[in-house]
Design a protein around this ligand. Structure first.
Ligand SMILES: [Zn+2]
Length: 442
């Protein structure tokens, strides 16, 4: 094994698979893929039916490349088979259920056997170890506990790491700040937008982030940009790491950044990644951008074969400086579900975010409102700006507005109406941020 150490000089034994030589990793993946396809074929009616329609059996999977011949699993499949239709294990072997907060109608339900929970804990331990956390760290877990996978996923992983976990869950900003300071917290887990909110409220409640013991943030559960990372790090003095996951696959811990911060490494021994063209469904060339598709290689309760995540990214094949052989996904700043169309142009909230944060004076709090006036789409962007801009001359406000307008127009190729607002005008979220309000009548 390579000699690799994290910041306290210790290599966590659970991280060993992160450094497997590629031939060994690929052969492990193939072996696991073949057995998971067999399990899904034997136990899940929908999967067997789709395979049979194509005249395929699990025996047709002879190489990892053969995976691209198998049918996709869509989010609608989980809804259509609600609640337990995709389970591959009997109920007596299922020890945990989670569910997504469905915005429309029924939620989607996911299941775990004891073995699945073991895998989940394992990838969470490896996630924490990858960003340099270890025994002795004090981890404030501000992800929501409950049916959402964030809270419990982080919780059991942090405990197994040997860290001290504070299961504070989401919300109650004042208490979060008190605990951060008084308990000597060294790492926090939450959405990036909630961390910004904490950072914002800090001074008022006598908490100076740069004087805290806090050194790392494990941020996920919503798309965010590299510019947002730079802002967070500069304003808080901590390192901000990107963790990626989704309930359909396991929860948090599908992929996690190492200390090189070069995009999350996918825990490929358990989750096999592919990138496809979202329109044609055909795998793209190595390194090209497209939709991330994941296959769970070991999940017994509810195997997901070629699950379409709707997340837009690319896979990096080059060797990371940390020595991990696991491929990395480019940070997920875009979900195809978040895309909106204005005057015929596809726009992602993250494009607006990076356009705004490029300009000094703009704060990382913004809201996009879409309206339609006599058949014409209007794109309005409200953004909070530093208090100095408002106390300054009128000219300063206009100049900043002009810079922001220009930055957005050169990024998305459309004119937007930028409105500068006072700090703390826009609504804050305690979980996932809501960036877009679409008031257009269809
Ligand atoms: Zn790395």
């Amino acid at each position: 094994m390579r000699s690799v150490s994290n910041s306290n000089g210790a290599f966590h034994p659970a991280s060993a698979p992160d450094f497997l030589p590629l031939p060994q990793l690929r052969s492990l993946q193939l072996q696991r893929l073949q057995s998971i396809v067999q399990l899904a074929y034997d136990q899940v009616g929908l999967f067997r039916q789709r395979m049979s329609e194509r005249g395929w059996t699990p025996r047709d999977v002879e190489t990892l490349e053969d995976l691209s011949k198998l049918p996709f699993t869509l989010k609608t499949d989980l809804r259509d088979t609600y609640p337990f239709g995709l389970f591959a294990s009997p109920m007596k072997d299922i020890v945990r259920l989670h569910a997504s907060s469905g915005t429309t109608g029924k939620p989607i339900v996911v299941a775990y056997t004891q073995e699945d929970l073991g895998v989940w804990t394992n990838v969470m331990v490896r996630s924490f170890a990858a960003c340099g956390l270890h025994e002795g760290d004090i981890i404030q877990n501000a992800y929501g506990y409950g049916l959402f996978t964030g809270g419990l996923g982080v919780h059991y992983g942090a405990e197994a790491l040997g860290a001290t976990v504070i299961p504070i869950s989401g919300g109650n900003t004042q208490r979060q700040l008190m605990v951060l300071k008084d308990f000597g917290v060294t790492a926090i887990c939450c959405t990036p937008s909630y961390f910004l909110h904490l950072l914002d409220q800090g001074p008022e409640l006598g908490v100076d982030f740069k004087a805290l013991k806090l050194r790392a943030g494990v941020f996920g559960a919503e798309p965010w940009t590299e510019s947002m990372r730079q802002r967070i790090q500069a304003n808080s003095g901590i390192k901000a790491y990107d963790i990626y996951g989704l309930s359909e696959i396991i929860g948090p811990g599908v992929a996690m950044e190492c200390q090189a911060q070069a995009g999350p490494h996918v825990f490929e021994d358990f989750f096999y990644p592919e990138i496809i063209d979202p329109v044609t469904g055909v795998p793209v060339a190595e390194g090209e951008e497209g939709e991330l598709v994941l296959t769970t290689l070991s999940k017994k309760a509810m195997p997901m074969i070629r699950y379409r995540t709707r997340d837009i990214t690319s896979l990096a094949y080059d060797r990371c400086e940390c020595g991990r052989t696991l491929r990395r996904i480019q940070r997920i700043a875009r979900r195809s579900d978040d895309m909106f169309i204005v005057r015929g142009v596809n726009v992602y909230p993250s494009q607006i975010e990076s356009a705004l944060l490029r300009i000094e004076g703009a704060l990382p709090h913004y809201e996009i409102t879409l309206t339609r006036d006599q058949g014409l789409d209007n794109l309005e962007v409200q953004v909070e700006v530093t208090p100095e801009v408002f106390t300054d001359t009128v000219g300063a406000l206009e100049q900043l507005q002009g810079q922001l307008n220009h930055s957005i127009e050169t990024t998305i190729g459309l004119r937007a109406q930028v409105r500068l607002v006072q700090p703390r005008t826009l609504q804050r979220s305690e979980g996932k941020a809501k960036r877009v309000i679409d008031q257009r009548k269809l």
